[in-house]
Design a protein around this ligand. Sequence first.
Ligand code: COI
Length: 366
Amino acid sequence: MTALTFPLADAARRISQEERDAVLAAPGFGQHFTDFMAHARWSIDGGWHGGELIPFGPISLSPATAVLHYAQEIFEGMKAFRHADGSVWTFRPEKNAERLQRSARRLALPELPTEDFLASVRELVAADEPWVPTAGGEAGEASLYLRPFMFASEEFLGVRAAQQVDYYVIASPAGNYFPRGVQPLVVWITDAFARAGAGGTGAAKCGGNYASSLLGKREAAQNGADEVLFLDSETHTAIDELSGMNVFALTRDGRIETPTLTGSILEGVTRDSLLRLAADRGLEVVETRMVAEDVLARVASGEITEMFACGTAAVITPIGEFRSPQGAWTVGDGGSGELTLALRSELTDIQYGRAEDRYGWLTRLV
Ligand code: COI
């Protein structure tokens, strides 16, 4: 099959520099979108075809479109970073391409070849380049958040894998994911809901996993928490992940712990990168079953000194307190842990070109 390209529509419209600058001055997260979006279509007969860059805007769907009924949909999250010399880079994009392929297999969607995925991102960011915030923006780390996604676009109500699928990449200038910035989170541990079950779609990046987290998030908010932590669905004892982030613990004796990838946890690119950075710092990396009760006891005894959440959008955000129907536990002194912030800087320094890209994690886009 021929590789996809994403040519820009002729009558391409751009918003004015003033309007764009107003957005970039305080982008927040996920609220503003760029001028263009990448699109391609897959059909059972024609495979992937029709790559294009079109103006960002509403898409028209039949009310009988399969995704609206059976949620056959997957997505990715990645970022474009501007370096001090003006160049624009992204972080380990082939990991996102591969994860989109794994998610596609689980959701019975067609796999988008890595080179087509990379072309869609590269060509969109080239067209939307003025939207990539300058280095040193909000909190020194604004970026252009990229959201590739694909969904069953066939007009059909039978339950089977769709024979037509649409793929898009949209882009959104982003500051901090959490409105309070890099402040320690209060995390609610729910025993009422699970995010994903054994044999389910927990490891896939599909919208359904996020939909199933929302009631837990609401419960968290009702208990004054910023985020919700889900336990495994079988025993309701072991830590899985937050609504859209992996979880880590740091111990007094130099260990970094995170739940093993059981099949119901998302294989985070940030998670994987941190395991590498931590090992190279001399921390003992432990991927293990983390029973919440034990973790809380070790938090209370001071054996666990820091905990944090991580993901592309959230980067690394400290956890200052856990709450559950059984009580409340302060992690360390409740503030942002020193090692957490050091790992955070190490990662973001690589992403923004302030430190050497010693693992070859960056790909230049513009
Ligand atoms: C990301 O971190 O990129 C995600 O997709 C998670 C979502 C909570 C924004």
